[in-house]
Design a protein around this ligand. Structure first.
Ligand SMILES: Nc1nc2c(c(=O)[nH]1)N[C@H]1C(S)=C(S)[C@@H](COP(=O)(O)OP(=O)(O)OC[C@H]3O[C@@H](n4cnc5c(=O)[nH]c(N)nc54)[C@H](O)[C@@H]3O)O[C@H]1N2
Ligand SMILES: Nc1nc2c(c(=O)[nH]1)N[C@H]1C(S)=C(S)[C@@H](COP(=O)(O)OP(=O)(O)OC[C@H]3O[C@@H](n4cnc5c(=O)[nH]c(N)nc54)[C@H](O)[C@@H]3O)O[C@H]1N2
Ligand code: SF4
Ligand SMILES: [Mo]
Length: 917
């Protein structure tokens, strides 16, 4: 797009990627060098799924730029004591002094050795909010790559409390780091707490609005009526954390009440492990010669390997297999003669037999008839047997999907929910086909830009899986990072994103106490944090802040003061969203509902000059590289592609000399050229100037590439469902390894490794946690939950007044949402101050009385209760994070937890005094 310049006014195209639902296109209006407004980028019409529109949050970027509370010079701490109640005594320093100070520290680390005496990286780094900081940190990834081992163990609110189990199981089963409905083609969606009208950004909102016009039915299952519930066809107020029971009941109806013929039997037979034969001991029966799982061939009436040509495997029946072997844990095998066999599908059918809707009714507090009807509607809308043409290719058409929100797909119960959701899809063949349940992108597998390319044959007829070894000798008995991801979480793997997806709260907790048999890790010598505020976004924030104060040297890239950089030694103010340059990928299929029919690159450019002394991230990084003595390695990393794409490829070479510092525009000009040349096989090469003018470079992305199905069919692969034989074996091996090492505190987590999941009292775990803390469960009779709101992107923009102004129009903003009849019982009226307390703390806010909330649940939207962030700290808003437990017992086998806690609520006179915790 041409910058339209008239008078002193111009329109500058750029992107917003302030939340995981991005990136979205937008333009900035600039008058006489001052940003005065944000508008859609109309050049995105027909290209961007929301036709070039950003969401309300992007409109806050003008205030963000001119926020009078910005940190506009580098600063250093003068008070060596750290803690919430210590004044850091920050003083302004020059860039030279700041960069030298950091570089000297970093050089010292390199001299001492990159790993400390425990074998842990001396340098640690934390980036927040679902990986979005990467879209603002310029070439920092190149310096990180040049550095060597870095510990990404210390989490923020992102990771373990954010869609975490779904990330791990989603990628494992169908390359789905996040999971979405194929909204443009779906007719029926059951959403368990997916607040997509709020959390999905303009792309999702647009897709769902269009789908409603088409007549889609969405059933919103969640304890309080979110805006998503409000614009759904039906709201089902389920008891918190009982979602697995609801989904099990749906499975029960589909497997025990509906005629078999209503299921997609061919899909189950050919694309899943349903026909694999399971012995009485729970292991697959395998072919002796090849070790391949056996199926029962109905043509020959014999057991044959799963990939036997022309076999027609049975889904059900009683079989005896004359000779077979089983693959036991630790590489042992068992030989079976005349083994009795059931299919994996039968294991599923039997496993779900007890979970009738009548059973689930008392667990979920939802009428059995509702669950039965939802299951039946799901089945009736599935269109089993139908096909649709996509770009001339015939694909199955299954317009039904199930989606899960972040308290459902996190923490205990999340395994069961992720499993049940994916099995529901397979029963009607609605996994990864038009209209169905889809993955969006990959992060544990590669390549990131097209998840289809990560589908490759692995073990047992399934696709490859990233798995940390649990074998003797292979298992990481010594953790390589402070959250022990390779030691505790086999399924997270060990790719570049894996560590940040380990049990990142353990890294914080172990700074204080480490459990038996586990050497307490030393803190990192240097911790770097950017666009993250764990002191507000995580659980038990008071304890977390105390632990953070133990970090010996902290460097924060800082926008304003906040609760995390309060603990810093050095603050570096980078040029923010509208002031700096970066090229990123956009389009294809990405997080949430970013499904485009295009794919390419979009530029962020300085619409205005940086405020004060703020400097472009790429400039800061280059200086740090030079002063640390890593310039050549850093430039090499840029050339290799760590800024975005390799600078050399077929037919082009725009690599940079390694021995000199390059300015920001030179680097991004090369990246723009390499990106466009690489995408067009050298036919179109566009530099930074072209990109600044046009904003983005896009090419068509095939719609059929939204779906994994063709890649699975071509390679004759099966989804690893419903039975989890491999996870059972991995779990048993992990149990042995941990016990050999004297670690017994992960035993509850080990129970999660089951072939067919079964119900355990999921909500009861939070009640028990109250007891274990020495309190009486009856004293905390309510559930406390949280929810996102449209104008806020986590705690990222809590300091922007415009967002608060807009949010004032939303029910419950900055308040404690409570059911009106529960409030009446407690003598609480609209607007009264209330205190919500738990075993770890208390928080206060005004009561917002509503009908649309379960009587046993209170909701605290967003993440507030700041004590440092300017403007936000004066709002006196409550936060669930102050009162949510951070504990081992509330951690599931993937290492995640949930934003959920048992609470009491009482009327009080006013806010907490001053800086009370
Ligand atoms: N109560 C509650 N807690 C939650 C959630 C919830 O829904 N409710 N959600 C959870 C989830 S899903 C996630 S992903 C996490 C996210 O939590 P975090 O990963 O910690 O990320 P943010 O809260 O976005 O933190 C952003 C910080 O970056 C600062 N910042 C903003 N812009 C800039 C900038 O341009 N430059 C610099 N240097 N700094 C900037 C902000 O001031 C803020 O302090 O929160 C989790 N915590
Ligand atoms: N506007 C905005 N959009 C965002 C973000 C943001 O901060 N603001 N953050 C982004 C990020 S990092 C993430 S992870 C996603 C998260 O996206 P979502 O998961 O869609 O977001 P939430 O609003 O946290 O969803 C919580 C919903 O779950 C319900 N809920 C709570 N407990 C339970 C339960 O036990 N069972 C059921 N069935 N429902 C329950 C609540 O009622 C609430 O409506 O959003 C992304 N998009
Ligand atoms: S949804 Fe809004 S905040 Fe998130 S990336 Fe898009 S425009 Fe930015
Ligand atoms: Mo998140």
């Amino acid at each position: 797009m041409l910058d339209s310049v008239s008078g002193g006014k111009k329109t500058v195209p750029t992107y917003c990627y302030n939340c995981v639902a991005g990136p979205d296109l937008m333009c900035v209006t600039v008058e006489d060098g001052v940003a005065t407004g944000v508008t859609p980028n109309h050049d995105g019409i027909g290209i961007h799924p929301a036709d070039g529109r950003p969401c309300v949050k992007a409109y806050g970027l003008v205030q963000k730029t001119y926020n009078p509370n910005r940190i506009l010079t580098p600063m250093k701490r003068t008070n060596p004591k750290k803690g919430r109640h210590e004044d850091p005594g920050f003083v302004a320093i020059s860039w030279d002094e700041a960069l030298d100070l950091v570089a000297e520290k970093l050089r010292g680390l390199r001299e001492a050795g990159l790993l400390n005496e425990q074998g842990m990286p001396r340098l640690a780094a934390t980036f927040g909010h679902g990986g979005t900081p990467a879209n603002y940190m310029g070439t920092l990834p190149c310096l990180l790559a040049a550095w060597g081992p870095i510990d990404f163990s210390f989490g923020s609110g992102q990771g373990v409390k954010c869609v975490h189990s779904e990330h791990l199981y989603g990628e494992y089963w169908h390359r789905a780091f996040t999971v979405a409905a194929d909204t443009p083609s779906a007719n029926y969606i059951v959403s368990f707490g997916t607040n997509v009208e709020v959390s999905g950004g303009p792309c999702a909102v647009r897709r769902h609005a269009d789908a409603r016009i088409r007549g889609i039915k969405r059933v919103q299952v969640e304890p309080h009526l979110s805006p998503t519930g409000a614009c759904s066809a039906e709201w089902v107020p389920i008891r918190p954390k009982t979602d697995p029971a609801f989904m099990f009941a749906m499975l029960n109806v589909m497997l025990h009440e509906a005629p078999r013929g209503k299921l997609d039997l061919a899909f189950l037979r050919d694309r899943t492990a349903s026909p694999y034969l399971v012995g009485d001991d729970g292991w697959y029966l395998r072919d002796e010669a090849t070790g391949k799982p056996l199926v029962w061939d109905t043509v020959s009436g014999t057991a044959v390997p799963h990939d036997h040509a022309n076999a027609v495997p049975a889904l059900e029946g009683d079989f005896t297999v004359p000779r077979s072997v089983a693959k036991l844990p630790d590489g042992e095998t068992a030989i079976h003669q005349n083994a009795k066999a059931r299919t994996a599908f039968q294991m599923l059918v039997e496993g779900m037999a007890a979970y009738t809707p009548e059973w689930a009714e008392s667990v979920c507090d939802v009428p059995a008839a509702t669950m039965r009807r939802v299951a039946t509607e799901f089945l009736d809308n599935a269109c089993v047997g139908q096909t649709v043409e996509v770009n001339g290719k015939t694909l199955p058409y299954r317009p039904v999907a199930v989606t899960l929100g972040k308290t459902v797909n996190n923490g205990w119960g999340a395994y069961e929910c992720c499993w049940a959701r994916t099995v529901l899809a397979t029963l009607v063949g609605a996994l990864e086909v038009p209209g169905g349940t889809l993955g969006t992108t990959v992060r544990l597998n590669r390549p990131y830009e097209n998840r289809l390319k990560s589908v490759k044959p692995g073990e047992d007829g399934f696709m490859t899986a990233q798995m940390n070894s649990t074998r003797k000798g292979g298992w990481a008995d010594k953790p390589k990072g402070r959250n022990a991801h390779t030691t505790l979480i086999p399924i997270v793997g060990d790719s570049s994103w894996a560590q940040a997806l380990g049990p990142t709260h353990l890294a914080w907790m172990f700074l204080k106490d480490s459990p038996e048999g586990f050497e307490p890790p030393l803190p990192p010598d240097v911790w770097i944090a950017y666009r993250t505020n764990p002191a507000v976004s995580f659980w038990d924030t008071a304890q977390l802040s105390d632990n953070m104060a133990k970090m010996p040297f902290v460097m924060c890239f800082a926008y304003t003061m906040d609760e995390t950089n309060h603990m810093a030694d050095v603050l570096l103010p980078e040029a923010t969203d509208l002031e700096s340059t970066q090229l990123i990928r956009a389009g294809g299929s990405k997080f949430v509902e970013q499904h485009w029919a295009h794919q390419g690159f979009v530029l962020r450019q300085p619409a205005v000059a940086p405020q004060g002394e703020a400097r472009d991230f790429t400039w800061i990084t280059g200086e740090l590289a030079r002063r640390t003595g890593l310039l050549a390695e850093y430039n090499r990393a840029i050339n290799k592609g760590f800024a975005l794409v390799p600078l050399k490829g077929e037919g082009y070479d725009v690599t940079l000399p390694e021995d000199q510092v390059h300015d920001v525009d030179t680097i991004w000009d090369r990246v723009c050229r390499a990106a466009t040349a690489g995408a067009t096989k050298g036919e179109e090469v566009h530099g930074l100037d072209w990109m600044k003018e046009h904003g983005f470079f896009m090419q068509p992305f095939a719609r059929e590439d939204w779906y994994l199905h063709p890649a699975m069919e071509e390679q004759k692969l099966r989804y690893e469902l419903p039975y989890q034989e491999r996870l059972m074996r991995v779990g048993e091996e992990l149990r042995r390894r941990l016990h050999e090492a004297g670690i017994f505190w992960w035993d509850e987590q080990l129970e999660e490794y089951q072939g067919i999941p079964h119900w355990h009292d999921v909500p009861g775990r939070w009640v028990k946690a109250v007891e274990r803390a020495g309190a009486h469960p009856d004293d905390f009779p309510f559930w406390g939950i949280t929810t996102k709101t449209m104008p806020y992107t986590t705690g990222n923009n809590a300091g922007i007044p415009l967002m608060n102004e807009v949010a004032g129009n939303l029910r419950g903003h900055g308040s404690v949402i409570i059911n009106a009849s529960s409030a009446k019982r407690l003598g609480i009226k609209q607007g009264d101050w209330v205190e919500v307390s738990s075993v770890v703390g208390r928080t206060r806010g005004r009561a917002a009385l509503v009908q649309g909330c379960r009587p046993d649940t209170v909701v605290i939207p967003g993440q507030f209760q700041h004590w440092k962030t300017p403007f936000a700290k004066d709002l006196n808003f409550p936060s669930l994070n102050t009162i949510t437990q951070m504990s081992l017992e509330l951690t599931d086998a993937t290492g995640s937890g949930a934003d959920l806690v048992r609470v009491a609520i009482a009327k009080v006179d006013g806010p907490l005094a001053g800086d009370a915790p």
